[in-house]
Design a protein around this ligand. Structure first.
Ligand SMILES: *[C@@H]1O[C@H](CO)[C@@H](O)[C@H](O)[C@H]1NC(C)=O
Ligand SMILES: *[C@@H]1O[C@H](CO)[C@@H](O)[C@H](O)[C@H]1NC(C)=O
Length: 556
């Protein structure tokens, strides 16, 4: 539609001097206006809620049995936050309604049902918070703004009882850390430290994102996860045995490799450990002795340092990612002295600061832009998004509107994070929300969303996907795109010859059912690739008609 309007304008200015041509122009405009009206009538904007018939005219198949229609109906009836028709309120939901057919596919990604169900609950919570905030005086809202603190410490009261020692209202982010100082009881056989999820899923017990079990009877550390639906996962035991031996997470081994020689020396010099066997001497925990345990959050997993030495690592599991952690709990058998979580995600103070104009998304001219950059981000990565706004999003081409940048973000399971995101979206106008909770396994849905955004909502000649930890050289990019074809383009770091990872437990493990062939077709690596407009349209159409299958590795 926008293109048609643009051509109307161009026609008008091109031919004004010749009378005969004026006639032609008049007729052309009429025809175009007619096309415009017809197109508008047929467009999706006119059919906001009814997507049961997809592009191929086939009635949508039944939803997966666990995904209730009420959730979808509720979620897709949302047109703006807070229910008002303010432009800035609805601008962050431009692709939202387009997503329904992809979420109710019977062959939707495995995490889709849970992602949608939790997003529904998250939105209901968020509406309550937003309304509260709108009613509250500015004095009160100043207080609520402190709800994503940069660090939290436990009070004496938190430490004296058993159970939750720390609450983390805005989750964890990469490089956050939690440090606990405690003394195992003289008589304890074991103790546990747990990182818990938010409990939004409607299950009666919160999921355990990391279960850290220290046992003294046969000195060992066992790490695992637990959810009400799935129960316990595969445990990782240190000292290590079998298949875990060579696994690494963020370039660290799952278990600290203990040196036999040091062990011998230590045990002969130290009376207290004489009774233990060789491997016990190096065991980092000792009954009656204080320890400092620091859990920090890497790219691929949790890492634990005991008394300053790396002891264990544990790869994140699907749907149990670190940004979901909302509390730290300890069991009996342990006297806690101190607990601290630091480097926590903190949002900027969007509500009280006057937002500088140069950080807001420039309004779009209406003509087809050169490049749309979709940045995949996640709820509490506040700092990363600000870093992008302050750095490469200041390129002249971005400020002038030749290039548009949008963050694609799913909902969070913590209501405070969602509230902060809503404030951020209103302040900067560069966020598009996804109607699901941001699980790693749903990334491919963001790719499809980006294609919808770039072909229907913000039509662009080229569409780029990147992540919120990448710096995009917009200047270089535009310069090199000048020499590239404007159709049938996939531009990036291409893998021509790669195969599915069949190693169970790997982050990129692919079951034969998900991809049966022994190799992948050529694909561009996720941190930055570009496709032309026609490819984006092809992807959207292919998924609507279900000629294309959803595959969980976004870039592949
Ligand atoms: C949506 O489509 C179904 C069948 O395709 C139809 O029965 C229903 O009335 C439609 N709803 C609206 C709001 O148009
Ligand atoms: C902790 O580990 C020990 C030894 O493996 C085991 O007996 C115990 O049941 C575990 N406790 C919990 C709560 O996981």
């Amino acid at each position: 539609m926008m293109q048609i309007m643009a051509s109307v304008v161009r026609f008008k200015f091109g031919f004004t001097s010749v009378r005969m041509r004026n006639w032609l122009v008049g007729i052309s405009i009429l025809v175009l206006v007619l096309i415009f009206i017809i197109r508008y009538e047929q467009s999706d904007h006119k059919l906001p809620t009814n997507h049961t018939v997809d592009g191929s005219g086939v009635e949508a198949a039944k939803k997966p049995h666990f995904m209730t229609l009420e959730h979808l109906d509720y979620l897709f009836s949302i047109k703006s936050f807070s229910g008002e028709e303010e432009e800035e309120e609805s601008n962050c939901l431009l692709v939202w309604s387009h997503m329904r057919p992809f979420l109710e596919r019977p062959d939707a990604l495995p995490e889709a049902a849970q992602g949608v169900e939790e997003a529904t609950l998250a939105m209901k919570q968020l509406f309550v918070l937003i309304n509260k905030e709108k009613q509250a005086s500015s004095m009160v809202s100043k207080e609520t703004r402190r709800n994503c603190p940069g660090f939290v410490t436990a009070s004496d009261e938190d430490l004296s009882g058993l159970g939750t020692v720390l609450e983390l209202p805005c989750g964890l982010t990469q490089d956050s850390s939690i440090t606990l100082v405690g003394i195992p009881d003289e008589h304890s056989i074991s103790f546990q430290i747990q990182l818990l999820g938010s409990g939004i899923s409607g299950e009666t017990s919160r999921s355990i994102i990391l279960h850290y079990n220290v046992s003294f009877s046969k000195p060992s550390i066992v790490q695992n996860t637990w959810t009400e639906k799935l129960g316990w996962g595969n445990e990782v035991r240190c000292p290590c045995h079998g298949s875990f031996k060579n696994q690494i997470v963020d370039e660290l081994p799952l278990c600290n490799k203990q040196s036999g020689r040091t062990t011998l020396e230590e045990s002969s010099n130290d009376d207290a450990t004489m009774d233990f066997s060789l491997s016990i001497a190096n065991f980092p925990f000792l009954k009656g002795s204080p320890f400092t345990a620091t859990f920090w959050f890497g790219l691929e997993g949790f890492h634990t340092m005991i008394n300053g030495r790396h002891e264990t690592s544990f790869a994140y599991r699907e749907k149990l990612e670190p940004w979901l952690v909302s509390a730290v709990k300890v069991s009996s058998g342990l006297k806690m002295l101190s607990a601290l979580a630091t480097r926590l995600p903190i949002p900027d103070d969007h509500a009280s600061l006057i937002i500088e104009e140069k950080f807001k998304a420039p309004s779009l001219s209406g003509t087809r832009i050169e490049l749309l950059v979709g940045v995949f981000s996640t709820g509490n990565n506040f700092k990363r998004r600000m870093a992008l706004r302050r750095s490469w999003m200041q390129y002249e081409a971005v400020r002038s509107g030749e290039v548009a940048v949008r963050f694609l973000i799913g909902l969070h399971t913590n209501k405070q994070v969602n509230l902060e995101m809503w404030r951020e979206a209103k302040a900067y106008g560069d966020i598009q929300f996804m109607p699901f909770v941001d699980y790693y396994g749903l990334l491919s849905l963001k790719t499809v969303t980006l294609c919808i955004l770039g072909s229907k909502v913000i039509p662009a000649k080229y569409i780029m996907k990147t992540d919120d930890d990448a710096f995009v050289r917009i200047d270089e990019l535009l310069w090199s795109l000048k020499e590239k074809p404007s159709t049938a383009l996939l531009y990036g770091l291409i893998s021509f010859d790669s195969s599915p990872d069949r190693e169970q437990g790997s982050k990129w493990y692919i079951h034969k059912k998900e991809w049966s062939l022994d190799s992948y077709p050529p694909w561009a690596h996720g941190p930055g690739y570009i496709i032309s407009h026609d490819i984006a349209k092809f992807v959207v159409k292919g998924h609507r008609q279900r000629d294309l299958r959803l595959f969980k590795l976004e870039d592949v």
